[in-house]
Design a protein around this ligand. Structure first.
Ligand SMILES: [Zn+2]
Length: 458
């Protein structure tokens, strides 16, 4: 049989065609465009790769696609790999800023341009095409897919389907969507995500706005709110809510090593964002991104901010606050602690509402599948050309999989994104070379996956 590289190279034209066909089918969850057609197309793609499809639609929302591939005669029936993907994409607007049609899947200078190409159609196609390649020798294990259609609108129905169909989705490991090559062309994969506690704080001091001459006697909602906010965090970025850091899991030495071995490019980030001040935690930026919980004021609104002068006491002030949480912190618990803190500081009148809560998740970085992820990356990308981080600095629904499918389930995001792939923006693209590498990665990874127990013993 041919070497992996040759089999991947032979398959590539067909894989690109499959990707173009998929990219030409819009499936926009926020606008309700093309959902049934997209589901039909994925059904065909799964069947073409030798699998079976079940469309789960009994719990409302956009259907969740379940696909399953049986192991070949020599494969391990007791080893199951689960892939997570989503078939919905962001809206393509503003259309006038696209250089090529967003659903044309045109290829120019080695890049395929389409809404959803990177987020996350190329990943699904690479996985299905890798399975097709491996069908020639028989699959080495059982493979399942969960492909949801509401990721781009916050996965509102996903917990319902995961809860009801938990036994259907049982697996020994889960491969998540999307990973990205950074500006130094180093592939960054992750095995977790931070959690989120998103709050709205409101201060109301009167029924109407008041002439500011009455400031000696009438309280001001903008002052109330900003004074309350100022009690939450110090100017040197320490969150001073009592108990905020209590549950924070302190990173092990091996996790700290990952941070040390993958320094964050502070100069590049400073210039990219045009930071006006010194970067926070500049000496240990990677560790801060990976391991530190945060508190950010995302927006603040009150009173008059138009042109010229208007003297007024605003009756109302509102702020949005987000906390990114690290393992063992609980968003509801953090919301309660912030409430208690405000009460204690004399701000019981500030109304606090929890708008969004998401738990943090981090895979056990000593799980044998992590070793396979790294070894495969070394073979495909080369030593030093990849990094597997314990978590994103951002948030995602990985914790739902842990909650319903088992806290011990390792989850790793692997994919073919690149630093300028412009996901969610006009001119989204993937590079054909990255797609080919991702295809090669998946062939090797799936082959190696059932051997993870031998790895653990060796
Ligand atoms: Zn997205």
């Amino acid at each position: 049989m041919l070497q992996v590289e040759d089999r991947v190279a032979n398959r590539l034209p067909q894989a690109i065609q499959a990707l173009q066909r998929y990219c030409r089918q819009p499936g926009i969850s926020s606008q309700g465009v093309g959902i049934p057609e997209t589901i039909d197309l994925i059904g065909q793609m799964v069947i073409e790769a030798g699998g079976q499809v079940r469309v789960l639609n009994d719990l409302g929302g956009n259907p969740v696609i379940y696909a399953e591939f049986e192991p070949g005669p020599e494969g391990s029936a007791d080893k199951t790999l689960l892939f997570y993907n989503h078939y919905d994409v962001q809206p393509p607007e503003p259309l006038e800023e696209w250089n090529y049609p967003p659903f044309g899947a045109e290829i120019h200078e080695g890049k395929l341009f389409a809404r959803g190409a990177s987020d996350n159609k190329a990943d699904l196609v690479a996985r299905l095409q890798a399975i097709s390649i491996l069908q020639e020798e028989g699959l080495p294990c059982r493979i399942k897919f969960l492909i949801e259609g509401e990721e781009e609108i916050g996965s509102p129905s996903l917990p319902l389907y995961l809860e009801k169909y938990a036994s259907l989705f049982q697996a020994d490991a889960c491969v998540w969507e999307w990973a990205q090559k950074n500006a130094e062309e180093k592939l960054e994969m992750v095995a977790g995500a931070k959690g989120l506690c998103y709050l709205e704080l409101t201060s109301e001091t009167a029924d109407i706005d008041i002439h500011s001459a009455y400031a000696p006697v009438a309280d001001n909602a903008a002052w109330r709110l900003t004074q309350a906010l100022a009690t939450l965090k110090t100017a040197d970025h320490r969150i001073v809510v009592e108990g905020f850091y209590d549950e924070v899991e302190h990173p092990s030495e091996s996790l700290k090593d990952i941070a040390r071995n993958n320094p964050y490019d502070t100069a590049a980030a400073s210039s990219l964002y045009g930071l006006k001040g010194k970067m926070i935690a500049a000496d240990a930026a990677r560790a801060a991104l990976l391991f530190e919980p945060t508190m950010s004021i995302c927006g603040i609104e009150s009173g008059y901010t138009g042109v010229g002068v208007k003297t007024v006491i605003p009756r109302r002030a509102k702020a949005k606050l987000d906390c990114r949480l690290v393992p063992r912190q609980d968003p509801e618990d953090i919301a309660r602690k912030i409430r208690r803190h405000l009460d204690k500081m004399g701000f019981a009148d500030i109304h606090v509402e929890l708008l969004s809560a998401s738990h943090p998740f981090r895979s056990d970085m000593n799980h044998p599948v992590i070793g396979i992820v790294n070894a495969t990356a070394a073979a495909v990308y080369g030593e030093g050309r990849y990094a597997l981080m314990p978590n994103y600095p951002g948030t995602g629904p990985m914790h739902l999989f842990a909650r319903y499918l088992g806290q011990q389930l390792p989850i790793v995001a692997i994919g073919s994104g690149w630093w300028d792939d412009r996901i969610h923006a006009p001119n989204e693209s993937i590079r054909i070379k990255d797609f080919e590498e991702a295809l090669g990665y998946m062939v090797r990874f799936i082959r190696e996956f059932p051997r993870m127990d031998q790895r653990a013993e060796s």
